[in-house]
Design a protein around this ligand. Structure first.
Ligand SMILES: O=C(O)[C@@H](CO)OP(=O)(O)O
Length: 216
């Protein structure tokens, strides 16, 4: 029994171009380039899935929902949303602010792994637990299948905690590009105790270039 999870970071997004907090209000979805990236990613991932039973799961934020829809559309895959897969649950009053304004209005001293960097924000440890729970629940429900999880830079980073069982605080950074794919695989049962051993088989990869049909 093989269980495979493709973690995808959404395509280029309007909130990143604007440099604002992209919560439910601040996220305006993908840019035109981001939509093209998502469609290309969809064609690549659909090919990689082959004949496996597969499903697509995204965070509830528009940039991830649009990316997931584009991927699911290629192979006619079922798609669902889970707020457990969202990036930081920032306070509502921060949604749509620039990062500088967020820090100015709500920044607080003594932020760390278990304390927030802004008043009312989630802590890193809380997000690791919330996202890991969502990922592990999906692996349980879909054991023996292939899952596409479409989220954020943090969703991909936290796959190292959820599946690789790294400690909550990492002593190195991970670069996760928009429209990238990271793949984890296990031949063990994801519902077993002690936890299964997963293999990180690809990290932060972009869809390969496609042949452009000759015109005329
Ligand atoms: O919300 C964001 O701006 C970032 C946070 O690092 O995540 P992503 O761009 O991947 O959604």
């Amino acid at each position: 029994m093989r269980t495979r999870i493709f973690f995808v970071r959404h395509g280029e997004s309007i909130h990143a171009e604007q440099g604002v907090i992209g919560g439910p209000q601040g996220c305006q979805g993908l840019t035109a380039r981001g939509r093209r990236q998502a469609a290309r990613l969809g064609r690549w991932i659909t090919e990689e899935i082959g004949d496996d039973t597969a499903s697509v799961h995204s965070s509830t934020l528009r940039r991830a929902v649009e990316t997931a829809a584009a991927i699911a559309a290629v192979g006619g895959l079922p798609v669902s949303q889970d707020c457990g897969l969202c990036t930081w649950h920032t306070p509502p009053e921060a949604d749509g602010l620039t990062h500088a304004e967020f820090a100015r209005r709500l920044g607080t001293e003594g932020g760390g792994v278990y304390r927030p960097f802004q008043v009312g924000n989630e802590t890193w440890a809380e997000m690791v637990t919330r996202t890991s729970r969502a990922v592990v629940d999906l692996a349980h429900r879909h054991r023996g299948e292939t899952l596409v999880i479409v989220g954020h830079a943090e969703t991909v980073e936290i796959s190292f905690n959820a599946l690789g069982l790294l400690p909550v605080h990492r002593s190195f950074d991970l670069k996760v590009s928009p429209a990238s794919m990271t793949e984890w695989v296990t031949d063990q049962d994801p519902t077993q105790w002690p936890p299964p051993r997963w293999t990180l088989s690809r990290f932060n990869q972009s869809a390969p270039a496609e042949d452009v049909p000759a015109s005329g």
